[in-house]
Ligand binder design. Structure first.
Ligand SMILES: [Zn+2]
Ligand SMILES: [Zn+2]
Length: 305
């Protein structure tokens, strides 16, 4: 029985608690890109970057401390989408697990029908750990690129346009997505993880875990610590020549600029953009210009033109 029997039925109270847990997880769990410690590391990176060329870069520190940067038409839409998406996807973890397991089974059965599966791992556990971690990371990054490219096709663009309508980028703009886009990304993630588990179980006869640090993927942790949050920010940090291999914050900000929205579709690695002809180097601070928010959120959610 709930503590507030007259105010909330048990089911509603349970949903409310789950909703609050999902919202707090955005800041309090290391799996989330916007975990508080990653904000701190991003702040350190911004300060170091600004100090290296103080007269021209100090202007980029100011917005972080002003209310108008965090509370405006664009960011209010971000916050509403965070509230809406976390409510819609409450309690869906079990469903996504079933999708992963089904994909793993399907991959195992499909491969076994071609030739018998391995009975025991023949590689050392370290070799397996390293190879599984790298393959999973590449599959994740490539599938993200592929889905992002699809979202820029004329069939799915109106769904993804919600993310691109931000006129101010803050780390929380990561969550500024239409519920259908969130659904597609979740489906992608569950399918890729399931497929990789099935393929490795077929090939080595064991269920392999990826390299983890503090309970999360080591690659994801490094990506998040080294400034992933700055992709959605107004700080134009470039990686210089490294942008041939890794997508820098300013490259993603350029992707949000209307004239370049089909460029730099990658998440972590730039190699997919290079391979498929969508790569643009973006070390010129003047090239980033974000659109004005010109549609109410409801219009965007209903996919109206
Ligand atoms: Zn995009
Ligand atoms: Zn973005």
């Amino acid at each position: 029985m709930s503590a507030f029997p007259d105010m909330f039925p048990d089911g509603l109270l349970f949903t409310l608690i789950q909703w609050l847990q999902a919202l707090s997880a955005i800041i309090w769990t290391p799996e989330s890109r916007t975990f508080w410690a990653y904000w701190l590391s991003a702040a350190v990176i911004v300060v170091i970057w600004a100090t290296a060329s103080w007269p021209s870069r100090k202007q980029h520190l100011k917005p972080w401390l002003t209310l108008s940067y965090w509370w405006n038409t664009s960011t209010r839409q971000d916050y509403l989408l965070i509230l809406l998406n976390s409510l819609i996807f409450i309690g869906s973890a079990g469903f996504w697990l079933v999708v992963s397991i089904s994909m793993a089974n399907w991959a195992f059965i499909a491969l076994s029908s071609l030739s018998p599966a391995a009975e025991l791992a023949t590689s050392t556990s370290l070799t397996l750990l390293v190879s599984y971690s790298i393959v999973l990371f590449l599959a994740e990054d490539l599938s993200r690129y592929g889905l992002h490219k699809l979202l820029h096709s004329r069939w799915l663009w109106r769904i993804h346009a919600v993310h691109h309508s931000a006129s101010i980028l803050t780390p929380l703009s990561l969550f500024r997505v239409h519920p259908l886009e969130k659904l597609l990304y979740q489906l992608r993630s569950s399918c890729v993880h399931g497929l990789m588990i099935g393929i490795f179980f077929y090939g080595f006869g064991v269920q392999q875990q990826a390299w983890q640090l503090f309970g999360i993927s080591g690659f994801v942790l490094l990506f998040n610590i080294f400034g992933a949050n700055l992709r959605h920010s107004m700080v134009p940090i470039s990686f210089g020549k490294l942008e041939h291999f890794l997508i820098s914050p300013v490259q993603h900000q350029l992707h949000h600029s209307p004239g370049y929205s089909r460029q730099n579709l990658g998440s972590v690695l730039a190699i997919w953009d290079k391979l498929f002809g969508t790569w643009t180097q973006a070390n010129n601070e003047q090239t980033v210009s974000l659109p004005k928010v010109d549609k109410p959120l409801l219009h965007q959610l209903l996919l109206k033109r």
